[in-house]
Design a protein around this ligand. Sequence first.
Ligand code: SF4
Length: 392
Amino acid sequence: MKEEYLHHLWKNKQIPFHQLKLTTGEDILINDVGQHNKFESGPDFSNGKIKIGDVTWFGNIEFHIKSSDWYQHNHQFDKAYDNVILHVVYIHDQEVFINTKPIPTIELKGLIPEMEEVLNKHEFPCSTFLDELDSIYLESMKEKAIIKRLNRRISNINKFGDESNPQQILYSLLAQAFGCKINAQPFQELTNRIPIKFIKKEHHINVKTILLNVSGIGESELLDKTWIHLKSKYNLGAMSKHVWKHKGLRPKSFPEIRLLQFAEIVDKFDFETSFVYLDSKELVVYLKNLLELTNNTSKISRAMIDLIIINCFVPFIWWYGNVKMDESIQEKSLDLLQFLKAEENHILKKWKALGVSCINSFDSQALLEIYNEFCTAKKCLECEVGNKIIYK
Ligand code: SF4
């Protein structure tokens, strides 16, 4: 239970006012809940209006979890609290006096739902608080979430990649991005079987032929002599075609199509990492040009180009900056996200329904992370928003 939760219920009149009685048993009428002093020191609400018996009182209202907090917070020594007309507490554990006179007190325990109950009941426990909250807290949480997401990507990269071979890491990340969630695994397998150093060593090879043949869903092996030669030179084995998934994909996202596009990019790109030193604006133009294919049959859609940048280049640059211990490189990952369009999916629709929209993919990636890693896991305690509203 947190004091801000009590403020929220009071301000939004979500307290059964008709059932309220003072701790002395006297009736009390709340005529005006007053104004919330969110940012100033002094009592929590000012200009309240209450009626006890026949007397109407105007003044400040103070909230605490326990009435004894009054003394814990040393309000007895602070003149700003002298005209408190009502003390609202969750648990009344001690009589409180102002200049020897007991303060009229309301105990809320048993009259309002437990905060933890509210948290568990809603998908977004903070939903009813969000519109009152200074946007700075969600913005700060978004940044924290993005960094958490990117650092998780570093851990994943370190599991499959070798720091001394950033070209292979980039090549593998690019393949996984082409595979999206459904075919990321076989795409990664493909890059393990035919590493980038082989492809770039063999200047004369037809990249498309070799990748399609190793994938197991390409052209017939027997038709290409280069393939037969490389197969024996590098001891290449073809993958089973059954590892590639089609279910749930639209034809233009079938692995056969994505493989052709991937092969064209692999052919076009040298996988050198010097691009990370471009400034952010040049970087986004460079990457978009790189992923733009002029051949109409293998054209990559704009949304897919953005997705590839989000899932391959953004984590790669973040990882690379970390390896080089250069924050200015890492910053570019965050900048890149700001230049890309926000994704659309059912989770982001939920945020939109709460009044939280995305301007770019920094927003969308951050909100996805918050939802997946904090909201659904009920980790409001670790969330800046939850901390401010509920747990402060
Ligand atoms: S984790 Fe944060 S954003 Fe998500 S529901 Fe809890 S307080 Fe709200």
